[in-house]
Design a protein around this ligand. Sequence first.
Ligand SMILES: *Cc1c(COP(=O)(O)O)cnc(C)c1O
Length: 387
Amino acid sequence: MICYDYKILEARTRETKVLHMQLQSPPRAWAEISTDALRHNLNVVRKAKPTHKLMPIIKAEAYGHGLEGVARALDNEGIEFFGVATPAEALRLKVAGIKTRPFLLGPCYPGEREEVVQNGWRISISSMEEAQHYESLGALYNKQVPVHICVDTGMGRSGFLPTELPGMMATLHEMKHLNCEGVFSHLSAAAEDISFTHQQIGGFEDAVTELGQHHDFEYKHLCSSAAVFNYKVPSSNMVRLGRILYGFSPMPSPFNSQLQTTLTLYSRVMLIRTLPKNHGVSYNHCYITRNLTKVATIGIGYADGYLQYLSNQDAKVFINGQYCPVLGRITMDQVMVDVTHLDEVQTGDLVELMGPNVAWAEITRQANTIPSNVLTSITARVPRIYV
Ligand SMILES: *Cc1c(COP(=O)(O)O)cnc(C)c1O
């Protein structure tokens, strides 16, 4: 097994953090996170699903919002679990003193399981091999291991197949250190294929009936953002909330208009220059000025997460109440925009690259990607500021 020197890694991140705190200058680019909007969106779902418990998903820096910041904002909101992807994310919650328990959404490989059991983190099982390993670790540490049985109703990523379920509970009951507190599944096309989604819901209901003959599950969960407002799952009592918590609902719904923007990506005008007609802008001269053009250079680039794919896609930024087109290619640390039409613009002026005036959904379309990809691309160079 490859062993990294965690002490060195940890020391490096601590140095970076200290340096950041010593910096006198304001950040070049930053993401402002509205904790009120996060709580508001959580409550929109609570209103829509009053009988359901809530599992906010905060994997991948809480979709770019910052893991600890979002965890702190929601820790006292009467939620059940925080959905995370990796043991490292679960550990960060522990170190931050978060009291809501982490749930590891996907499988854990053998080298991770010991730590998971020691910490009592919620895990899924998709195979008897995992069940037996967790059972033996539970015995080793004299601990109950809280597990959620994953059923593959059509996602094809993890879970027991429905054909494996009959008789399975009897085998699991013999494993005295497993506490099978949950059963769940994941939808693969809730926003795209309604009839397939109904098949998956049917499969989930059947699985809960089958497994439930021999066991009472405290948690039964299937829906994530694309499904919460639009589908009914009679047996479920919990929903997993990713994108919707961050203001994006993938399906049309009357609730959508109630969701608020949670993240605004800002930078500043660093330089303003006037370029003559027929002057190329940025790499490869993808853009050539047609007239005398006032060009502002902004202190953000694709290395901050302002996606390279937005180059030459009619992307716009928002400066002093007006939209300004991005010119040519986005570079690693800077982007140029047309400010010819602005009455007033100065170096240091605020630039909104994404937020209430520049919709996340629009950026997603222009970059020809999916919404989560836009937010998870915001890099560590961008400080998250919670308001
Ligand atoms: C990431 C993830 C979610 C959240 O998905 P959204 O569509 O963002 O709500 C829910 N469940 C599982 C298993 C996931 O991996």
